[in-house]
Design a protein around this ligand. Structure first.
Ligand code: FAD
Length: 356
């Protein structure tokens, strides 16, 4: 019997984890990825010798057991996010920011040593180069009998089984699927929230962590904005420094220069001109990333329909699965949900492979 041909759409954490699991069983899946890079919503940007900055997924917790298990298996360590004992807090625009005491952190969050993209790269290293086809924008999925054809902007591929790992809303909006999926499924996909899909992340690198003094802090909580949250973002070795956090998503249409200007105005309120010593500025406007986000027609609430039961079924003559972080049941939308979803599909596939 020939080995099954398995096509995975998307080289994010779900797609790469699934390909890794299959590879361990001797099955070489093919991943079709639209971007010119792997990782999807995991995107650690590094510059030569300077601090890696997480522009996408950053934190995990002890409750994220699927992710922790995978990290352990791959021998990738984690380290605690330092919040410090104080934070700058800005409740309203008419009052100046205050330095407030933080309560002891009973449930700390953790980061991945070397950056979240280290997990992505380690998974990819288990595959042969040709298994991950970049710059392939999937446009249609057509099932006929026991086969599923995927057409990208460049080519057509035929598989025995296909797994989409796109955020389900994007899958519903962007990919033509034939025969059409049941209405109950497409209705749910069209109302499934994409976690952090319209967020903006920004980060500044510094030579020195000037905020680590008793009268300052790297942690910022502001209701005034446009930066609502900011954190110390030093590397694991704690010898390269950065501050990183979120920027109000409403500024997606603004220019990079405008966001940088507004960010510096806000940060000078806490740090004075020390903030102008930054060595580089990074940002990603996820709402402008067509392979992550598409505007919702009507508002969709955070995590709406995440982990829905429609994502636990196979479609197209049992040849097509809808995976991805938003389909996971435990912590959907997060890295843990992505890993759980990969394990779920992996567990479903072998039963069907026997029927080839
Ligand atoms: C700013 C931000 C912060 C986050 N912070 C955290 C955090 O702190 N902790 C946490 O646990 N999670 C966080 N997340 C969520 C986390 O990133 C996701 O849960 C996880 O990375 C999703 O992985 P995935 O593989 O399911 O989806 P994705 O990473 O979205 O992967 C889908 C892949 O499909 C590709 N694709 C899209 N369209 C096509 C097409 N037409 N053809 C081919 N390929 C296509 C995409 O390019 C992408 O590579 C954050 C996300 C963002 C954006």
């Amino acid at each position: 019997m020939n080995p099954p041909r398995i096509g995975i759409i998307g080289a994010g954490l779900t797609g790469l984890t699934l390909a890794y699991l299959l590879q361990k069983q001797g099955i070489a899946a093919t991943i079709l990825e639209a971007r010119d890079r792997i990782g999807g919503r995991i995107h650690t940007v590094a510059q030569n010798d300077s601090t890696p900055i997480e522009m996408g997924a950053t934190w995990l917790g002890k409750q994220h057991t699927h992710l922790l298990q995978l990290l352990k298996e791959l021998e990738i360590g984690i380290f605690e996010q330092q919040l410090g004992r104080t934070a700058f807090y800005e409740p309203m625009s008419i009052n100046p920011p205050q330095l407030v005491q933080l309560p002891p952190n009973s449930e700390p969050s953790y980061r991945i040593q070397g950056g979240s993209s280290r997990l992505i790269q380690t998974l990819a290293n288990s595959l042969k180069d040709e298994q991950v086809q970049l710059n392939q924008v999937v446009q249609s999925i057509v099932q006929k009998d026991q086969q599923v054809a995927i057409t990208t902007d460049k080519s057509t591929y035929t598989f025995d089984y296909v797994i989409s790992t796109l955020p389900p809303f994007l899958l519903a909006q962007k990919i033509d699927i034939q025969p059409t999926l049941p209405t109950a499924c497409t209705e749910v996909m069209n109302e499934t929230h994409t976690w952090m899909g319209n967020s903006i992340k920004i980060g500044f690198r510094f030579k020195k962590p000037f905020w680590r003094t008793p009268d300052s802090s790297g942690t910022i909580f502001s209701n005034v904005g446009p930066i609502p949250e900011f954190y110390d973002h030093a590397n694991f070795e704690d010898n390269q420094y950065a501050l990183k956090g979120f920027f109000n998503g409403a500024y997606a249409p603004a220019t990079r220069e405008e966001r940088l200007r507004l960010a510096l105005i806000q940060l000078r309120k806490y740090y004075g001109t020390k903030v102008d010593t930054y060595t580089s500025y990074e940002e990603v406007v996820w709402a402008n990333e067509p392979y992550t986000f598409e505007s919702y027609g009507t508002p969709i609430l955070p995590h709406q329909n995440n982990g829905h039961s429609v994502y636990r079924q196979a479609y197209l003559n049992e040849r097509f699965f809808i995976a991805g972080a938003e389909t996971g049941i435990a912590s959907p939308g997060y890295m843990n949900g992505a890993v759980e979803s990969a394990y779920f599909v992996f567990g479903e596939l072998p039963l069907r492979l026997l029927n080839l």
